[in-house]
Design a protein. Structure first.
Length: 276
């Protein structure tokens, strides 16, 4: 279990330091377009990716607009993502997608394309066609869209091998769930016939619910926290930081990984920005 936790943390360190440097690049105007940073939420994709690596499952992955950490956790190229964020034609979406629409066909990662939540019906359609393991990721706000809900219900009707992940940071830009709705996602999807759970972003808890992830439709509403603004460079204020919590649990090994990864990522960003 320690090896699993450590592997998750290695991925999370990569994601966290990437997003910290992206934050700096937004402030320095090297990133000139809207950017949706995923710092604070990285333990969701990092845990899932580590579990599926252990299970030797290589799914199709349909990500949401806040998808940098998912891209990196599942093996997307770091330099290609930096280039995409600065609008370079050598970026992972040829500089045309930007932060919200990153792609990595080599890793079966397909990006959000503009309409909030529409990756869910696309993912369900692809899964229905291919009948292969599929992950569809959405935020708690986009999950409220009617086409998201109906797609989840249809996946249950067809008993598809699909894993729905709701990254629930409790915010729609700045509006909390309690203002927006009186229901919870796992209750609604359960009513559709989808096995559904409401859990935290603790790596061990996520692993517990992914023992047999693609036997039938499964939805995990994973509660997490967002470190930075909805878009751009700014802080949402004090929040519970899973990254700091895991560092404390793992101890010295985590400190070493954190420092080495930070150095690596800073060098990556400096190299690419130095070419501008």
């Amino acid at each position: 279990m320690k090896d699993y936790r450590l592997e998750v943390f290695k991925k999370a360190a990569l994601c966290r330091h990437f997003e910290n440097q992206a934050y700096n690049a937004i402030q320095s105007k090297h990133i000139k377009y809207p950017a949706y940073l995923s710092a604070g939420q990285e333990f969701i994709p990092c845990s899932i990716a580590t579990v599926l690596e252990e299970q030797k499952i290589n799914p199709d992955i349909f990500i949401q607009h806040r998808g940098h950490s998912t891209y990196l956790a599942f093996g997307g190229d770091i330099d290609s993502l930096i280039l995409e964020l600065i609008g370079d034609e050598n970026g992972c979406a040829n500089g045309m997608g930007g932060s919200a629409s990153i792609q990595c066909k080599e890793r079966n990662i397909y990006g959000h394309d503009g309409l909030m939540g529409n990756q869910i019906p696309i993912a369900v359609g692809a899964c229905f066609s291919k009948k292969t393991p599929t992950i569809a990721i959405v935020g708690d706000s986009a999950a409220e869209e009617d086409y998201v809900l109906s797609s989840i219900g249809w996946a249950a009707t067809k008993n598809l091998p699909i894993l729905f992940i709701v990254e629930d940071n409790n915010l729609s830009i700045l509006t909390e769930k309690k203002v927006r709705r009186s229901w919870e996602m796992h209750n609604v999807s359960s009513a559709f016939g989808v096995e559904s759970y409401d859990i935290s972003d603790d790596p061990l808890e996520i692993k517990e619910y992914l023992k047999k992830p693609f036997e039938k439709p499964l939805l995990l509403n994973i509660n997490t926290t967002r470190k930075y603004w909805h878009a751009g460079a700014g802080s949402d204020g004090d929040f519970f930081d899973r990254y700091d919590e895991e560092k404390k649990i793992i101890g010295n090994e985590a400190d070493l990984i954190d420092k080495e990864t930070e150095k690596k990522i800073i060098e990556k960003w400096q190299t690419q920005l130095g070419k501008l």
